[in-house]
Design a binder for this molecule. Structure first.
Ligand SMILES: [Zn+2]
Length: 132
């Protein structure tokens, strides 16, 4: 076994609000824990906001369906109902479903690209600090 496995994990160098030294383990190659790392401030704020809004069942349902996709769901439900009652023929219902799938695919691709860019932007300053 390597020597590093027996050594204690590196501890945060920050001071807590009560004046005591923070004892939390550090993240990655830094010298501060998640709660005290200034580079994690934006992520912490976002997590806090999410925690508040996620408490309601309605918010959880909203999270499952982004605002931009709600009209797609409405159209699909109307199409389903129309197809079941015979007001919309099967070919038209299939076309609606196909377009809806395409909309969701484009939205998903755009959302993933945005999230990757946010993650890259969030990790860049940390790398810069280590190199400096
Ligand atoms: Zn800390």
């Amino acid at each position: 076994m390597a020597e590093a496995n027996r050594s204690e994990p590196k501890r945060c160098v920050a001071t807590r609000k009560d004046g005591a030294r923070c004892a939390a383990p550090v993240m990655g190659g830094g010298d501060r824990c998640y709660a005290h790392d200034p580079a994690q401030a934006a992520a912490r704020d976002q997590a806090r906001r999410k925690g508040g809004t996620n408490s309601a069942t309605a918010a959880r349902a909203e999270k499952l369906l982004p605002t931009v996709l709600r009209p797609v769901l409405v159209a699909l439900l109307q199409t389903l109902q129309g197809a079941r009652t015979g007001a919309i023929d099967a070919r038209r219902a299939t076309a609606v479903a196909s377009v809806a799938r395409a909309i969701v695919a484009v939205y998903t691709a755009g959302t993933l690209e945005e999230r990757v860019q946010q993650l890259e932007a969030a990790t860049r300053p940390q790398e810069g600090q280590r190199q400096a």
